[in-house]
Design a protein around this ligand. Sequence first.
Ligand SMILES: [Zn+2]
Length: 94
Amino acid sequence: MNEKLEVLSQEQSAIIFKKLNEKGVVNACPMCRKGTFTIVDGFLTPLLNKDLRDAATLHGTKHMFPSIGLVCVNCGFTSTHSLLHLDLMHLFEK
Ligand SMILES: [Zn+2]
């Protein structure tokens, strides 16, 4: 787990790791088999596009996929986890 977080609180980070652990996510990198994961200190918001032409559009309505990321401290492999599917959106709604 990160020692210093600026966007996510330590409590939010701990809740996310607890939920991922409950879902069976392991903290060992499947790519390098050496590293462990730390949380990305911010939100990943991949855009959902109806077709590939939308992917290059800078203007207009965007549909986001709010997620958090885990990154391997050794090789940088990053996994993305949907906050909606983890039922964790409430952590960040004000
Ligand atoms: Zn790795």
